[in-house]
Design a protein around this ligand. Structure first.
Ligand SMILES: Cc1cc2nc3c(=O)[nH]c(=O)nc-3n(C[C@H](O)[C@H](O)[C@H](O)COP(=O)(O)OP(=O)(O)OC[C@H]3O[C@@H](n4cnc5c(N)ncnc54)[C@H](O)[C@@H]3O)c2cc1C
Length: 376
């Protein structure tokens, strides 16, 4: 594995690497969306030191800044690379372990890169989604262990993950945002039951996780006890930065969508709709690039991240609708290429206005923290 490339030539270096590895990967994994395909791509990227180029060099990354990261994302998209398999470990959990982890916990970092550990985030519960601080899953200290009881829901990759970053309440009488702790839990631990949740796309990536008298060593605690909210804010900060990165790539998504029409777009209604999507994507993308640059300069993220999440999720949904319309009546069945891509895309992006903060919650932040309107 080679790491430590100069940031300047990173995208070019990645392009050369992809030119070498992509043809064989596409031959072996023509579907690209299966978990196995995503594992194979991550392993191949890891071989060249490209699984997490934004991670610090000391953690096995290349220490790339924002601009280079976006250029690398563009190279991956150009090469037709799917999302990597361990997306939550690499984007959110790994950087949190890097920030708060003990030496023992940091040993997970190379395993995350190599797909030996696949992580998920056990935050939401049936009664705690937007209002995450009302979570009720309990962990009680018993000698050298914590005993966990409770339930998590909407755990992305929960059916396939090997490990979960679990938010638990360790001090039930403390105010909502206090008394929460983070535990790093191997999902093979006795007492954990996972139940897959089938989505309308037909996929089973989500799970409900049930914890019954699950014992983990006290060394599973990430960060200080009862201060898990602060640890979680770091994870959610990375998650939000990931959404801003998606926003910065939106314009490319519209261009790619237009390129899928081999003879160009002649229908005037469709041309107008695609032009609208392009303008929306460019506006959101410019805002996203500006925020990423300021995050890269070490400034604190502000409410503008929520505005971008709002803009990205609405635009990406509208793009899904436009492309389904463009496919015509066959769109709901096979679509233009017979693979159902338009319908799948339409269904998948419905979730974008819920995941990582719902539209209503984003609008509240916009109203209160940007426009200064009074709280309800
Ligand atoms: C694709 C996807 C992936 C996800 N992955 C994960 C994961 O990996 N791990 C994890 O822990 N969770 C995950 N989630 C869960 C996600 O974080 C929650 O769905 C989200 O926070 C909303 O919580 P909820 O579903 O409980 O809805 P609720 O919070 O109950 O909201 C229900 C409705 O009420 C509205 N609402 C709530 N509060 C307010 C308010 N104050 N003002 C106005 N309206 C309000 C909401 O906008 C929504 O329309 C995922 C969700 C999706 C869709």
């Amino acid at each position: 594995m080679s790491t430590g490339s100069t940031a300047q030539g990173a995208a070019g270096e990645l392009r050369s690497y992809l030119e070498r590895i992509a043809p064989a990967l596409h031959r072996e994994w023509p579907d690209r969306t299966s978990f196995e395909a995503r594992l194979a791509w991550q392993r191949a990227l890891h071989e060249g030191g490209w699984a997490a180029p934004h991670w610090p060099v000391a953690d096995g990354g290349r220490g790339l800044g924002v601009v280079d990261r976006l250029e690398c994302d563009a190279e991956l998209a150009r090469a037709g690379a799917p999302d990597i398999a361990g997306v939550f470990g690499i984007k959110n959990v790994g950087p949190t372990i890097s920030a708060f982890g003990t030496v023992e916990q940091r040993a997970s970092l190379p395993r995350i890169l190599a797909t030996e550990e696949i992580w998920c985030q056990g935050f939401s519960e049936p009664g705690a989604g937007s209002d995450l601080a009302s979570l009720r899953t309990r962990a009680v200290r018993d000698g050298d262990t914590f005993v966990i009881n409770g339930q998590k829901v909407w755990t992305s990759d929960g059916t396939r993950a090997t490990h979960c970053m679990v938010l638990v309440r360790t001090e039930p009488d403390a105010p909502a945002h206090k008394g929460i702790s983070v535990l790093l839990v191997p999902l093979g631990t006795p007492g954990i039951e996972r139940r897959p949740l089938r989505q309308m796309t037909g996929e089973h990536g989500f799970a409900e996780l049930f914890f019954t008298d699950v014992r983990v060593p006290a060394s599973a605690l990430l960060g200080p006890v009862h201060e898990g909210w602060r640890v979680t804010m770091t994870t959610l900060g990375h998650e939000r930065a990931g959404v801003v990165e998606l926003a910065a790539s939106l314009e490319r998504n519209v261009r790619d969508a237009v390129a899928e029409f081999p003879d160009g777009v002649s229908d005037p209604v469709l041309r107008r709709e695609l032009a609208r999507r392009y303008v929306e994507a460019r506006t959101v993308g410019l805002m996203g690039s500006r925020v990423l640059r300021s995050l890269g300069e070490g400034r604190e993220p502000g409410p503008e991240q929520s505005v971008i999440k709002l803009g990205w999720s609405l635009t990406t949904q509208r793009l899904g609708e436009t492309l389904l319309d463009a496919a015509g009546p066959s769109g709901l069945a096979g679509g233009r290429n017979g693979d159902g891509a338009e319908a799948q895309r339409y269904l998948r992006v419905r979730a974008s206005t819920i995941a990582a903060g719902t539209t209503e919650v984003m609008k509240n932040i916009l109203a209160e923290r940007v426009l200064g309107l009074p709280k309800k």
